[in-house]
Unconditional design. Structure first.
Length: 395
C-alpha cells in the first residue's frame, strides 16, 4: 500500500513539473484531499463544526429563550453556545427573579451574551445591590428588561457611582428610583453627561433648583436626550419670549421648542391652513405650548368639532388653546352635549362661556351643570354617563 502511494505521489509530482528533490505541499494536499475518500470525510467533518455550533445556538435561542428564528439568527452572530449548562443557569436565575418569557426574550435579543455571564458573580450581585438600594422586584424587572446592558456594567465604577450622582440631583433615594423607572437613560453615563449642562441652562435663566429637579424627575428623557447646545438655545428663546421661569409653562415651552424644525414648521403651516394667523399661533403657543405637540389628527378633529359643528370662529380657539389638549371624545363632546341641552331648555344663558365649563374638574362639572338641574332635566345624568361609558368602551 505504501509503495502504491509513493508511486502515485511521484506521478502527481511529474505531472505538475515538480522534480524528485522539490517539495510541494500544495500538490501533496491536493492529491491527499481528492485522492483519499477517508481524508475527505475527515475534512468535511472538521469544517461543519462552526455550522453545527451556529445551528445549536439558534435552536437554543428559539426553544429555550423564546426568540423568533430571525432574531435568533441575528443574535447568533454575537454569541455562540458552547454548552447549554451556564445558559440554563442564567435563564433559571431570570425566571426566579420574576422575568416572564416575553421579558426574557427581550433581554436575550438585546444582549445574547448575557447567557455567558456567571449568574452569581455577574447577575445576582447587581440585583441584590439594587434591592438593597430600595428598588422593588417589579421595578427591577421592568428596568432591566428595558435596558439589560445594566447587567454588563461595573457595580462599583458605574452602577453605584450613577446612583450617588443622581441622588445629588434629586435629594432622596425614592426620587432616584422614581426617575430611573421613568427612564433607564439616567443610568447611562453618556446621557448623564447631558443632565447637568441642561439643568444649568434652566437655572441660569431663573428656574429655581427645586423646579429643575422636579422637571428632571417628571421628564428625565428630555434632559438625557437633548443636546446641551440645543437645549440652551431653546431656554434662551423661551426666556426671550417673556415666559415666567417660576411657572411650569416655561419648561413646557422649552420641551416644545426641542421638537424638530420640520415638525414645528409643519404644525405652523397646519394651523395657518385651519384659519389661524401668525399672531394667533404665537398667542396660542404662549398660552399653552403643548398645543404645538398635539398630533395633526387631533388638531384637525378639534377644529372640525368647534368650528365645523359648533360654529366657532377659528381665531377664538387661539384664545383657549387648552381645548386642543383635552380628550375630545371623553370630555369635550359629552360636556358640550350637556350644555346644548341646557341651552335648549333656557337653563343657561346664551352668552355663557363654554370654555369655563370645559375647564372644570369632573366633580365640579357634575355639580354645576348636571346635578344642579336634576329636576328640570332628569335625563342629563343618564345621558352624560352613557356618553362617557360608550367612549371608554370604544377605546
Amino acid at each position: 500500500m505504501f509503495r502504491l502511494l509513493s508511486e502515485r505521489l511521484l506521478l502527481v509530482k511529474a505531472h505538475h513539473g515538480v522534480g524528485p528533490s522539490t517539495s510541494s505541499s500544495k500538490t501533496i494536499n491536493l492529491w491527499l484531499f481528492h485522492g483519499n475518500p477517508s481524508l475527505k470525510s475527515i475534512s468535511h467533518s472538521s469544517e461543519s463544526t462552526p455550522t453545527d455550533s451556529k445551528s445549536l445556538t439558534v435552536s437554543y435561542l428559539t426553544s429555550s429563550c423564546g426568540l423568533s428564528p430571525e432574531a435568533a439568527l441575528k443574535a447568533s452572530k454575537w454569541f455562540t453556545l458552547k454548552t447549554p449548562k451556564n445558559a440554563d443557569l442564567v435563564l433559571d436565575f431570570l425566571r426566579n427573579h420574576g422575568f416572564d418569557q416575553t421579558q426574557i426574550a427581550k433581554v436575550i435579543t438585546c444582549r445574547p451574551r448575557l447567557l455567558e455571564l456567571h449568574p452569581e458573580r455577574n447577575l445576582k450581585t447587581k440585583m441584590d445591590f439594587f434591592t438593597r438600594y430600595g428598588f422593588s422586584d417589579s421595578h427591577l424587572v421592568s428596568i432591566l428588561s428595558g435596558d439589560p446592558t445594566i447587567f454588563t456594567h461595573s457595580l462599583d465604577r458605574h452602577i453605584a457611582s450613577s446612583l450617588e450622582f443622581l441622588e445629588g440631583i434629586f435629594g432622596t433615594k425614592e426620587d432616584v428610583i422614581a426617575a430611573i423607572y421613568r427612564s433607564m437613560y439616567l443610568l447611562n453615563s453618556f446621557h448623564q453627561k447631558r443632565l447637568m449642562p441642561n439643568i444649568s441652562s434652566l437655572r441660569d435663566h431663573g428656574v429655581p433648583a427645586s423646579h429643575a429637579s422636579k422637571y428632571v424627575l417628571n421628564q428625565p428623557k428630555t434632559f438625557c436626550m437633548a443636546d446641551p447646545d440645543r437645549f440652551c438655545t431653546a431656554v434662551v428663546t423661551v426666556h426671550g419670549m417673556s415666559f415666567n421661569p417660576l411657572s411650569t409653562i416655561f419648561f413646557e415651552a422649552v420641551r416644545t421648542l426641542l421638537m424638530s424644525k420640520t415638525n414645528w414648521e409643519g404644525k405652523f403651516e397646519l394651523f395657518r391652513n385651519l384659519g389661524w394667523s401668525k399672531d394667533d399661533i404665537l398667542s396660542a403657543f404662549k398660552r399653552q405650548p403643548t398645543c404645538m405637540r398635539m398630533s395633526e389628527k387631533k388638531i384637525k378633529s378639534v377644529f372640525e368639532f368647534f368650528v365645523g359643528e359648533l360654529g366657532w370662529e377659528p381665531s377664538s380657539l387661539s384664545g383657549f388653546p387648552i381645548l386642543l389638549c383635552y380628550d375630545l371624545e371623553k370630555r369635550v363632546i359629552p360636556r358640550c352635549s350637556v350644555l346644548q341641552v341646557l341651552l335648549s331648555k333656557d337653563l343657561i344663558k346664551k352668552d355663557m362661556k363654554w370654555t369655563t365649563a370645559l375647564k372644570l374638574t369632573e366633580k365640579q362639572f357634575l355639580e354645576r351643570f348636571v346635578a344642579k338641574y336634576e329636576e328640570e332635566a332628569p335625563e342629563l345624568m343618564r345621558t352624560y354617563q352613557h356618553m362617557i361609558e360608550s367612549k371608554e368602551t370604544n377605546v
